[in-house]
Structures are given as C-alpha cells and as structure tokens.
Design a protein around this ligand. Structure first.
Ligand code: ADP
Ligand code: MG
Length: 234
C-alpha cells in the first residue's frame, strides 16, 4: 500500500447503508477516497449517487456503517461525538447549497461567528474577517444583511465564513445548486483561487460536469460507488 502520511483525507472502503422500514438503501458501497493537501477535488455525479452521504461522513456529520475515515491521520470514527464536534469546528469549513447564513446578522457578523465559537479575541476577529471578505471580493458589503445580496454574493459570504478559522479542509455540498450558470462558474473559479492561495484542500460535490474544468482532481460517482477518477495525480 502506498504511503498515506500527510494526506488530508484517507477514506478506506466506506459503506453507508440506511435502513428505511424493511428496506436497506445502499448509499455508499465501498468507497475509497483520498485527498492530498491543497487539492481542489470535485465529487461529480447525478442526484442520488451518494455525494452528500460521502461528504457528510468525511466531515464527521455522519458515521459510516463500515470502513474507516482518516482526516489528517485522525481516525475520526473513533472520536466521541463531542470530540468530533470540536474537531469539525476547528479544522473543517462547511459550505451548503442554501448558503445557511443567519438573516438577522450582517455579512461581517456571519463571517465572524466561527471565530467567536472558538473563542478568538476581538482584534484578531476584526482583522481576519476583513481579510476573508476581501478575498471573496465583498469587503464593501460587510455591513449588509444577506437578504440585500444576490445569491452569488451570499454564497461568497458563506465561503468567507468557511475560511475564517483557516481550516485545512473545506467541504462544499452543491455550492452552485441555487445559482445561475454564469454565477456558478464564478464560484468554481473562486474555489480554484482559494485552494491555491490559502493552501486549503477543497472537496466540492456537484451534479454539473462543467465543474470538472476547474478542479485538480475528479471523482465521478454513480449508485454509491466511485466509477471514474481523473486528475493530476491519477
Ligand atoms: P446525492 O447527494 O448524490 O444526491 P445522497 O448521498 O443524498 O446523494 O443519497 C444517496 C442515496 O441514499 C439516495 O438513494 C438517497 O435516497 C439515500 N439517502 C440519503 N439520505 C438518506 C436518509 N437519511 N435515509 C434514507 N435514505 C437516504
Ligand atoms: Mg446531495
């Protein structure tokens, strides 16, 4: 077996079976999934292929039925729920299709929230939040609320929020699912830039094959399995 030291993610034979009444839904049927530092990985497949299930397991939001997930060499399956929550909060940034911004807070306050949750001081928060807003091109919008912004701008705020604690890993689930094609391409391009500049690994799910033009590595999924791998280190 290849040396796996220094991998951001090493998922080994991940199986996830949901029990619904008397049925079993085989959402993941033995997936092997590796992410190197600084990679922008696309997890591409149709609706129902298992992308969200895999992303949630990698991010410790769900646990596999069997198999192991190592994130920065930690076997996260062995973490208690409490340890897992702490680990997620400090080391992983999450981005969702629906943006998930808090409507009563300004853009600044939304981005600041993860720093408050880990107890960062005011001065550090001020500087890092503005740096992240700058990075997504929205520093002028710091005082605005989400509803005053377009969908693309809201998603960029969510990207700044995911970056603010400088995680090594960002997980984005269908981040362009609610955006028009042009805006979607802008967001894919922004992820590409961020992966390079911030030296963060990004795993993004999408049902849009156009995303493959932006990523450094593609895993194609169908029916709970990886059907194709393609990229710079394939
Ligand atoms: P994708 O994100 O690619 O659309 P999902 O990971 O959401 O796919 O779903 C994969 C399969 O698992 C689908 O057949 C879906 O219906 C099923 N599934 C997902 N979540 C659940 C759940 N909580 N309970 C039962 N079945 C589920
Ligand atoms: Mg999904």
């Amino acid at each position: 077996m290849a040396n796996t030291d220094g991998l951001v993610i090493n998922g080994v034979n991940i199986v996830r079976t949901y029990k619904v009444d008397n049925f079993e839904v085989h959402a993941l049927r033995g997936v092997n999934f590796i992410v190197y530092p600084g990679e922008f990985v696309g997890l591409i497949g149709r609706s129902g292929s298992g992308k969200t299930t895999l992303l949630n397991i990698i991010g410790g939001l769900d646990r596999p039925t069997s198999g192991d997930v190592f994130v920065y060499d930690n076997n996260i399956g062995q973490f208690s729920d409490r340890k897992l929550t702490e680990f997620r909060r400090e080391r992983i940034g999450f981005i969702f299709q629906s943006f998930a911004l808090l409507p009563t807070m300004s853009a600044f306050e939304n981005v600041e929230l993860p720093m408050r949750m880990v107890g960062k001081g005011r001065r550090e928060r001020q500087q890092r939040v503005m740096e992240c807003l700058e990075l997504v091109g929205l520093s002028k919008w710091a005082k605005h609320r989400p509803q005053e912004m377009s969908g693309g701008q809201q998603q960029r705020i969510a990207i700044a929020r995911a970056l603010v604690n400088s995680p090594g890993l960002i997980l984005a689930d269908e981040p362009t699912g609610e955006l028009d094609t042009t805006t979607a391409h802008t967001i894919f391009g922004l992820f590409q830039t961020i992966a390079k500049q911030e030296r963060v690994s990004i795993v993004m799910t999408s049902h849009d094959p156009a995303a493959e033009a932006y990523v450094t590595f593609t895993y194609r999924m169908a029916d709970g399995q990886i059907t194709n791998e393609r990229g710079l280190n394939a």
